[in-house]
Design a protein around this ligand. Structure first.
Ligand SMILES: [Zn+2]
Length: 124
């Protein structure tokens, strides 16, 4: 089930702080680093560290932020975001049913089968 909800954890830093982004990525072990060219002549190039995979957000980013984000307005925003994320995660986990082929963990699409097994059984 895809509701179209998107969640992401992003940190944007000037390119001179690339080391900080790499440290964060190494520390957490998830996410990606992207480089965006400067938006204007007098800005630095921007480096963004982002985590978008829901399991990575739930299992890695949330515990990290729970522990490290000090009480602040940012934390209040985070707590609201976390509530949305967790509600979405619970809902998705409840509705997600795996393919009926033994050992296959892909989500069901049709006739109890994931996309690959459906096409294998019924052709395109
Ligand atoms: Zn399957």
């Amino acid at each position: 089930m895809h509701t179209g909800r998107r969640f992401a954890f992003r940190v944007s830093l000037a390119a001179c702080d690339l080391a900080s982004c790499e440290l964060l990525r190494t520390w957490l072990g998830v996410g990606t680093i992207t480089h965006a060219p400067r938006r204007a002549e007098h800005y630095d190039d921007e480096v963004t560290y982002a985590v978008q995979a829901i399991p990575d957000l739930v299992e890695v980013v949330v515990p990290f932020l729970d522990e490290h984000l000090p009480p602040s307005y940012k934390r209040e925003q985070y707590v609201a975001w976390r509530a949305d994320l967790m509600a979405y995660w619970d809902d998705r986990a409840r509705r997600r049913r795996p393919c009926t082929v033994a050992g296959c963990d892909e989500p069901r699409r049709a006739r109890g089968l994931c996309r690959r097994h459906y096409y294998a059984a019924y052709g395109r």
